[in-house]
Write a protein that binds this ligand. Structure first.
Ligand code: ARG
Length: 576
């Protein structure tokens, strides 16, 4: 059910009927003030401009033609020529009755697209740290939302699994393997990486063998390949534990690391040279981009092959975009990396377009995000100033949640606290990230995110569990709610209209990759339910028709909350 789309089409027809050009847009959106109805159409002004008619005059004509049938109880002209639309509550009630029984909450089927979502992308032989949190959480919410709408989503975990440092890592892996025949403890990958680097810097023989391994690995040497695979396996199986704890849908089969594109790199460089896009410059191979300026005001050079023959992060991303279009058949490709990689991606894609690797009809979208800051406004670090490991962060979230739960429910059994603490602790961390507009930095604040009031996960999870207990109290199954919905109270109607706007929230998130829109939607839903519940008795002292109607609204609210939270990757519990 997408009211906005429905109204847009009708208003657009009326606009054309009133003399507006065929390409005009109705620009229908939800009104922010109930005074202006539930929806408003803003497209009259620009259409009037184009045809040279005063906007209010065009608006009047549009209203004469506009046939909204029984959808609206009132339409009026507002301000300079807006059209305000007030929905009819009987129509709203019928839509709720339909949505309540429709599969997938009445979400319309989309024309499925193949959409690649590039997210998480940690680096090998390093533990995941807080720097990968936003990409992992926001990217996963986008992937879930697109999938829920019916798209074919390909999750691409572009892990940093290639580069010169692998020689050093292989050499070190070999060394410790020989020293500890009983197997190695790689629980601390950070230490592993640091040790490898230390040996590399201090031990000449080690460094020489490390460099030899790079060459061998790139040449496809089976022994090196085997050792490298072990590194991939060790790292990714540890990362998988984090994904599972985070309730993130990435699997090991979603790993499409940098190494995947290795074989394509020589061809790419050769092809760009052939096309006259790449040239030799001071021994390296570069592409000059007119749209970007270097320090001296000349066109900026993007290096795609170094003097020593080595390839770069950019070269891999050229191949990667090509692969996603040609081999995976992507219609849309979304990248979730922080804003510092924006220029890198823009330049890479400029080359991709020039070379014709990905046609303009396929969108390449950088869904960038800001940084996570500490309360002091500086990048979020541990007290001793180190980067925060994700595993530690999640432990702390769960411990803090357990503490709060135990304090609120002194008699709750330990096992139940543990189970609840996981759902609430992890939910809080994810939601606090998802609920902020991703484009800006945000402050990581434990106290805020675990608050039971305000736009937080616990608030919404609690609202959900409260509705579930109301429904349970009623002892009634959804299939027993056979009477048509009746509404007389403003609180019921406002809640019902908001319920019907779920699809609008979903499609906006899908288009813009901004899950905070879903968070805002769910928060408002929980609030509207709460005032409905306060003002409208659900169970006692009502006629059967009213009782069933209110139960139906409650049930639909709970299902919408649960489904919405699920698109964000946040779990719910029946009581808390
Ligand atoms: N591994 C990179 C990092 O840690 C992110 C990769 C993003 N994806 C891409 N196709 N470049 O910053």
């Amino acid at each position: 059910m997408n009211i906005q789309l429905l109204l847009s089409e009708k208003v657009r027809q009326a606009l054309i009927g009133a003399g507006a050009p065929v390409g005009c847009e109705a620009q229908v959106r939800q009104s922010t003030n109930p005074q202006f109805g539930n929806y408003q159409a803003d497209g009259v002004m620009s259409a009037a401009n184009k045809v040279g008619i005063p906007p209010r005059q065009l608006a009047k004509k549009v209203l004469q033609i506009l046939d909204l049938g029984n959808i609206a109880r009132k339409t009026e002209i507002g301000g300079p020529g807006f059209i305000n639309i007030f929905l009819d509550s009987a129509w709203v009630a019928r839509q709720i009755d339909w949505v309540a029984h429709a599969p997938k909450l009445g979400i319309a089927a989309v024309e499925p697209q193949t959409i690649v979502v590039d997210y998480s992308a940690p680096n090998l032989a390093k533990e995941m740290h807080v720097g990968h949190l936003r990409s992992t959480i926001i990217g996963d919410a986008a992937a879930r939302t697109l999938e829920f709408l019916g798209h074919n989503v390909i999750r691409a975990n572009h892990v940093g699994d290639w580069g010169t440092q692998f020689g050093m890592l292989i050499a070190y892996l070999e060394k410790i393997q020989n020293e500890h025949s009983s197997g190695m403890d790689l629980s601390d990958l950070e230490k592993f990486y640091r040790q490898a680097k230390k040996h590399y810097d201090e031990d000449n023989t080690f460094a020489t063998s490390a460099r030899a391994y790079v060459v061998k690995l790139q040449g496809g040497d089976p022994y090196c390949q085997k050792m490298w695979h072990r590194l991939v396996d060790i790292t990714m199986s540890q990362n998988q534990l984090i994904y599972n704890r985070l309730n993130v849908t990435l699997r090991e089969s979603d790993v499409m690391g940098e190494s995947l594109y290795n074989a394509m790199l020589p061809e790419i460089v050769a092809d760009l040279k052939l096309k006259g896009l790449a040239v030799e410059s001071e021994g390296a191979t570069v592409v000059f981009l007119d749209a970007y300026q270097n320090k001296d005001g000349g066109p900026m050079a993007v290096i795609i092959q170094k003097k020593d023959g080595g390839y770069l992060y950019s070269t891999t991303d050229l191949a990667c975009a090509k692969y996603r279009y040609e081999t995976l058949g992507a219609h849309r490709i979304l990248y979730y990396t922080d804003s510092r990689q924006h220029q890198h991606l823009m330049q890479t894609w400029a080359i991709v377009r020039k070379a014709g690797y990905v046609p303009e009809s396929v969108s390449l979208e950088h869904h960038f995000f800001g940084m996570i800051l500490g309360k002091d406004g500086k990048p979020f670090k541990t007290r001793s100033g180190e980067t925060v490991k994700l595993a530690d962060l999640l432990d702390e979230a769960i411990a803090r949640a357990a503490h709060l739960i135990a304090r609120k429910n002194p008699r709750m059994p330990e096992a139940e606290i543990t189970q609840l603490a996981r759902v609430i602790g992890i939910g809080a961390v994810k939601y606090s990230d998802l609920s902020k507009s991703r484009t800006t930095d945000y402050i990581f604040d434990w106290d805020n995110m675990l608050e039971l009031e305000g736009n937080t996960a616990p608030y919404i999870q609690y609202a959900y569990s409260r509705i579930m207990s109301v429904v349970k109290c009623a002892g009634i199954k959804e299939s027993h709610l056979t009477l048509p919905l009746v509404m007389s109270e403003e609180h019921e109607i406002t809640l019902a209209i908001h319920l019907l706007q779920f699809e609008e929230a979903l499609t906006t998130v899908a288009r813009e990759g901004k899950p905070h829109i879903m968070c805002g939607y769910l928060y408002k839903l929980a609030e509207l339910f709460s005032s409905f519940y306060e003002h409208c008795k659900i169970l006692n002292g009502n006629s059967e028709g009213v009782r069933q109607s209110r139960l139906k609204l409650a049930l639909l609210t709970s299902r919408t909350l649960k489904t919405g939270l699920d698109t964000l990757g946040i779990e719910t519990v029946e009581h808390m």
